[in-house]
Design a protein around this ligand. Structure first.
Ligand SMILES: C[S@@+](CC[C@H](N)C(=O)[O-])C[C@H]1O[C@@H](n2cnc3c(N)ncnc32)[C@H](O)[C@@H]1O
Length: 384
């Protein structure tokens, strides 16, 4: 059985963008599965297919006519192979082993936490292969446990249930992960995403070299940046709206013997407004908000929200202060991100120097053909 797409769908696939939307699918099987895709130009690739999903076709191999399941499993093997040296070097670290389209494995995420794996399956075509995927992962990595953390809302767009279930071994209540000079507890079962935001690892380690009196980690989750900053600053405040994440932030501080990390449960917008009113000053501020733009429609509103928090943070920094600021929304492109920061600097009447332009870690690979794979922008700025 084959999927046939329009010439517009074919043009996307010929440009090696893997998605074809429902409106560009001319015919296909009734059921989700792995199938070849073709147009009147011939076979274009092998794809995950779900007639019930808006993104109906997700190609995992371009121009290939091999057996779909074997090609998919080979892509998985290659993704694991690319990370094996890092795992051998840092077995107690955390890494993304499979980054969906970035690894030619659409809708599949696999994260590694100090010997434990967390899998997220986001396609009805992949779901029945979960056991086969687990078998290959286990044969390649011999993990202590493997969890299917299928609670992401996007699964309902695929008609899949939200559920969390162990696939291999027994999943511990938390896993201790080493990251640069600190260690943190990742809560694989109850935490956000797969347990931690691994994409910021290198940026967090980068901040270990800064020194000063006071630092603020806004949208801190379980104290992620704050823990690194607590090594070089006299006092660090971690701000987040999640009480559970902040509780872990304090446990994490304790696990590292750090007594200079304070946790503040608050709405970041209100917190920053209040700090500005009080005339507070910090030597370094981290802003790592959730994706304010979930879709194209949200970009204008999100732009204003990003600008508001960055503008306020710039006002809270003395001359020479450092702003480490991020956006994880791929809808806010890199040019728009820096335009927003430039407008915030102008409105704050501050000269702002770009020290470094950074992004997501190497284990979250970016495909030039798929702009959606480049989502995390991270700017290190000096406010003068
Ligand atoms: C992208 S995550 C931060 C990741 C973290 N910096 C790290 O490196 O692990 C965003 C965080 O913002 C928090 N959050 C979401 N909306 C918030 C709000 N309005 N005020 C404060 N925190 C918020 C979430 O609980 C989540 O922990």
């Amino acid at each position: 059985m084959k999927i046939r797409v329009t010439s517009r769908g074919a043009a996307r696939l010929l440009a090696h963008h893997p998605w074809v939307y429902r409106s560009d699918v001319l015919e296909g099987p009734d059921r989700p599965g792995l199938y070849p895709v073709q147009s009147d130009k011939g076979v274009l690739g092998l794809a995950l297919y779900n007639p019930a999903s808006e993104i109906t076709v997700r190609v995992f191999s371009f121009g290939d006519t091999g057996r779909p399941q074997e090609v998919l499993l080979e892509n998985l093997r290659k993704a694991l192979e690319r990370r094996k040296a890092a795992l051998a070097q840092e077995p107690e670290g955390a890494f993304r082993l499979v980054h969906a389209e970035g690894d030619l494995l659409p809708a599949l995420v696999l994260d590694y936490y100090a010997g434990h794996g967390v899998l997220q399956v986001g396609s009805a075509a992949l779901e029945p292969l979960t056991e086969t995927l687990a078998e290959l992962i286990q044969a390649e990595l011999s993990l202590q446990s493997l969890l299917a953390k299928n609670d992401q809302k996007s699964r309902s767009l695929e008609g899949l249930p939200l559920q969390i279930k162990p696939l291999r071994g027994s999943v511990p209540p938390f896993v201790m992960v080493r990251e640069g000079a600190i260690r943190y507890r990742a809560d694989l079962l109850e935490g956000q995403k797969t347990g931690a935001f691994i994409d910021q690892r290198d940026n967090r380690i980068r901040l270990q070299s800064f020194r000063g009196k006071t630092a603020l980690d806004v949208f801190s989750y379980h104290g992620s940046f704050a823990l690194h900053l607590a090594l070089g600053f006299e006092q660090v405040i971690a701000v987040d709206s999640s009480a559970a994440a902040l509780q872990r932030a304090l446990q994490n501080a304790q696990a590292n013997g750090l007594t200079n990390l304070l946790a503040q449960e608050a709405n970041a917008f209100e917190f920053l407004r209040e700090q500005e009113k009080r005339g507070s000053q910090y030597d370094l501020i981290v802003l790592d908000p959730p994706a304010f733009a979930k879709g194209k429609r949200d970009v204008e509103r999100a732009y204003r929200a990003y600008k508001e928090i960055n503008l306020r943070a710039m006002k809270l920094l003395p001359s020479g202060g450092i702003l480490a600021t991020a956006s994880c929304s791929h809808h806010l492109s890199e040019p728009l991100f820096y335009q927003m920061l430039a407008e915030a600097a102008a409105d704050a009447h501050r000269t702002v120097r770009v020290l470094e332009k950074r992004g997501q870690g190497w284990d979250h690979p970016v495909l030039l053909n798929v702009p959606e794979t480049y989502y995390l922008k991270f700017a290190l700025l000096e406010v003068m």
